[in-house]
Design a protein around this ligand. Structure first.
Ligand SMILES: [Ca+2]
Ligand SMILES: [Ca+2]
Ligand SMILES: [Ca+2]
Length: 805
């Protein structure tokens, strides 16, 4: 079937190639769109980097050959040699997907040579494009003479209707279904050199930037509106909450025209997204950890879903252990020196897999959630279809598919045998926290179906599909079904409506004396695409409250979310990738460390800033004395950009403007003088400039407080007492609160504490000489202004003085 398609395609292609040649010879050259851009799309076309970027066509299962480098080159030191060809299509291939474009014309050149003694005196060769499936198009052909380098040199135009999502260029001999009947004629070895495909530059990758306001001003869910994140797991460390999430944005690929992405493919995901906050409303984007895959921290794993994290002191060093699902089959852990890394792998194979004692019957050995109880670490994991050895009703109600196991003191090994967590209607997402001596296990329930014994009745009180149930126990490894306590959170679609159903995954953390519940919902996906969502999930948080008997009050999902737990402090350097709300921007990791989080932490910048885009901070406390200026570290990308500072609304009054007039392409600091900014406000940074271009990127911000000086009135004099000259210094406290005052002279110093408003500090210093030259005294005033500790240092001059002789 496939081969017949190939044959049918060939005739059509020859005609197209002819059209291409007409274009190239100038018949309609003035209209040709391609001649302006001379970009060679082929990498390593001269094989001077060996076989890098080349492989053997494997479009059909029967295709096969050996590819090697040869020093018998047309040019340079190397060419490619293909031997052991099994089909006529078996030849050197390079992937041009994402580079060539429909409707564009390209010029293809290459040099080819064959030499087999038993072969024909001349032989036709094709340069062919495989567009995926059974679609092959011959682009350019040449008839070579045995033993001589012969040049491919032609032009081809890709039809406007051709899908180019797959486009793989290769070299072959003319097709026949039975090449083995005459291998000398059909399957000869050949050499290839100097391959180029020149034409329009590759299109820029489609933008992933979320253009809608995904988190509405005033609302606190979803936590972020500029990217997705699922399976959030909260960690509290050093006054901040860190959220680790499955990077749902990784495979997000909105169609540039429709704005709709293909549905989420978990197989694409091998990164974990990290955000953090000290107030639960303004979140800093720390980017992604490349956990799995060939370039990952743990390259022996392929995926990184559903992270769980904890910290523990091991051998005197505090470390952070980030567990994750390597797809459904196993779980693993990487180690961080801080919540933001750097990350290393202490293992060379997965932590939880088919070898884990007690986990043999668990279908999906995933969703690992760590819990440390007074230094003893545990891991909860598992889920998926119930064992078919159980009766259908039991498979449905008590599938016994989740496990608990002790971790070793090193946190990267297990000890003993995993024990069953008999969670009713369990599916995935086990998690444990402890409160007032009781252990709480929460989990996500299954959706029924054949994996759970078909259509069955849940037992009274047991969860429905896709809900978060929980159990309360006296021990971290003791979870009989009798510890089941109810549904802690119904399916998110109950609160967020059409398009927001599906799986869920939760965690619980304690912060500032309150408990918080994390879950996900495709609410940002819904804001982008309406009720037909594609499965891209966003992190949410609600407060978790308890009844007097320790049971949990069922959580209600809201866009309002949780209260901001503290005002934002603007008087420091803080990352621009921190915001409560945003519109139209994206972030990207850059080289170098974070000005706010230190040398070991990654640094991001805000990018894709167009005219009209904005970012905002919630509840910024400028204090009574107010702010004097804003400094931004920016990289101009166009002339004429500005940063406007507004209060309380995206259309609020502009209280300061920074003109981004620094050199294009260079990082620089720009400053806005601020007028009348004091007290607590939401702050909107609105971006303006020419339309149609990215204006600038922003790395970090710093507000400067209005200058803080303690008011004081100083006087100094010289006097004569008993034949000695004295220097007298007086300082009056003009502040509205008590201050400390120190008077310093070459003849001694004196300190006064708690000098009341309007009161004086006074001291007459004996010079122990009959005269004193004119000089100065230093006065040091310490106090507080608007909650800030302030020291003001002033000097005061005194005249010369002589005791009369
Ligand atoms: Ca070469
Ligand atoms: Ca933008
Ligand atoms: Ca930054």
């Amino acid at each position: 079937m496939e081969q017949r398609m190939r044959r049918a395609t060939r005739g059509r292609v020859a005609a197209l190639a002819t059209v291409g040649l007409m274009l190239a010879t100038g018949f309609v050259a003035p209209a040709s769109p391609v001649q302006a851009a001379d970009t060679n799309l082929v990498v390593n076309g001269g094989f001077e980097d060996g076989l890098a970027s080349w492989f053997v066509n494997n479009g059909n299962a029967t295709d096969g050959a050996q590819l090697s480098a040869t020093s018998d080159a047309y040019a340079g030191a190397n060419a490619a040699l293909v031997t052991s060809r099994t089909t006529t299509g078996s030849g050197p291939m390079q992937d041009l997907s994402g580079k060539v474009q429909a409707g564009q014309a390209y010029t293809l050149t290459a040099r080819i040579k064959y030499e087999n003694e038993s072969g024909p005196a001349t032989k036709q060769f094709f340069a062919t494009m495989h567009y995926g499936g059974g679609t092959y198009t011959n682009l350019v052909s040449v008839t070579a003479t045995k033993g001589q380098w012969t040049q491919f040199n032609g032009t081809f135009t890709i039809p406007t209707t051709q899908s180019v999502s797959t486009a793989r260029l290769f070299f072959e001999t003319p097709w026949t279904s039975t090449p083995s009947t005459d291998p000398a004629l059909h399957l000869m070895d050949f050499k290839l050199d100097d391959v180029s495909v020149v034409g329009a530059a590759p299109p820029a990758p489609a933008s992933k930037t979320i253009e809608v306001v995904g988190k509405l001003p005033g609302e606190h869910n979803p936590l972020i509106g500029h990217k997705f994140g699922a399976d959030g797991f909260g960690l509290v460390h050093d006054g901040r909450v860190y959220m680790y999430m499955t990077n749902d944005t990784q495979g997000y690929a909105p169609n540039p025209t429709t704005g709709v992405s293909p549905g989420i493919n978990y197989g694409d995901i091998n990164q974990i997204t990290v955000i953090s906050s000290e107030d639960l409303v303004n979140w800093t984007d720390h980017g992604e950890i490349q956990v799995a895959g060939p370039n990952g921290v743990a390259p022996f794993t392929a995926n990184s879903w559903a992270p769980g994290i904890t910290k523990k002191v091991v051998n005197g060093v505090e470390k952070f252990f980030l567990y994750y699902a390597n797809g459904g089959g196993s779980s693993n852990v990487i180690t961080g020196a801080s919540p933001l890394g750097p990350w290393t792998s202490e293992r060379t194979s997965t932590l939880i897999d088919g070898r884990t004692p007690g986990a043999e019957a668990v279908a999906w050995k995933f969703d690992p959630a760590p819990f440390v109880d007074d230094g003893q670490p545990y891991l909860y994991f598992g889920g998926g279809p119930a064992s078919t050895s159980m009766p259908p009703a039991e498979r449905f109600n008590n599938p016994k598919n989740i496990r608990s196991i002790e971790l070793g003191d090193d946190m990267v090994s297990t000890e003993g045998t995993a024990a069953v967590v008999d969670a009713p209607v369990a599916f995935e997402a086990g998690h444990v926290f402890k409160r007032q001596g009781k252990y709480y296990f929460s989990y996500s329930s299954h959706f029924g179906g054949n994996d759970f014994g078909g259509s069955q009745q849940p037992l009274p009180g047991y969860p429905g599909g896709g809900q978060i149930g929980y159990m309360i126990s006296d021990g971290p490894m003791s979870w009989p079904k009798e510890t089941y306590a109810g549904v802690l959170f119904p399916n998110q679609s109950q609160f967020f409506g059409a398009g927001t159903g599906g799986n869920n995954h939760q965690s619980v953390f304690e912060f500032g004396g309150k408990y918080y519940f994390t879950y996900h919902a495709p609410t940002l996906n819904k804001r982008i695409n309406g009720n037909t969502t594609q499965g891209y999930r966003s992190p949410h948080i609600q407060e978790l409250t308890f009844n007097p008997d320790g049971t949990i009050q069922q959580v209600v999902g809201t866009y309002a979310g949780v209260d901001q737990v503290r005002d934002f402090d603007p008087y420091r350097v803080f990352e621009a990738e921190t915001f409560g709300w945003s519109k139209g921007v994206a972030t990207t990791k850059v080289d170098g460390s974070s000005a706010q989080f230190g040398a070991a932490a990654p640094n991001l910048v805000v990018r894709d800033i167009d005219n009209g885009d904005w970012t905002a901070l919630s509840s910024v406390n400028f204090g009574d004395n107010g702010a004097q200026s804003l400094t931004a570290r920016v990289r101009a990308l166009a002339a004429g950009g500005q940063i406007q500072v507004r209060l309380d609304d995206v259309n609020g009054p502009v209280v300061g403007t920074a003109t981004v007039d620094s050199a294009v392409g260079q990082w620089a600091e720009v400053t806005a003088e601020l007028d009348g900014v004091s007290g607590v406000h939401d702050v909107y940074f609105t971006y303006t400039g020419p339309t149609g271009v990215d204006l600038f990127e922003i790395d970090n911000w710093a507000f400067a407080a209005a200058s803080l000086d303690l008011p004081v009135t100083l006087t100094a004099s010289a006097r004569c007492v008993g034949g000695n000259a004295y220097v007298a210094v007086q300082a009056r406290n003009d502040h509205d609160a008590p201050v400390g005052i120190t008077l310093e002279t070459p003849y001694g110093e004196r300190s006064f504490t708690a000098v009341a408003p309007g009161a004086n500090a006074y001291q007459s210093f004996n010079t122990r000489a009959v005269s004193v030259s004119a000089g100065s005294a230093t006065v040091r005033v310490t106090g507080a202004i608007g909650g800030h500790d302030v020291t003001t240092v002033r000097t005061v001059q005194h005249p010369a003085g002589t005791c009369g002789g």
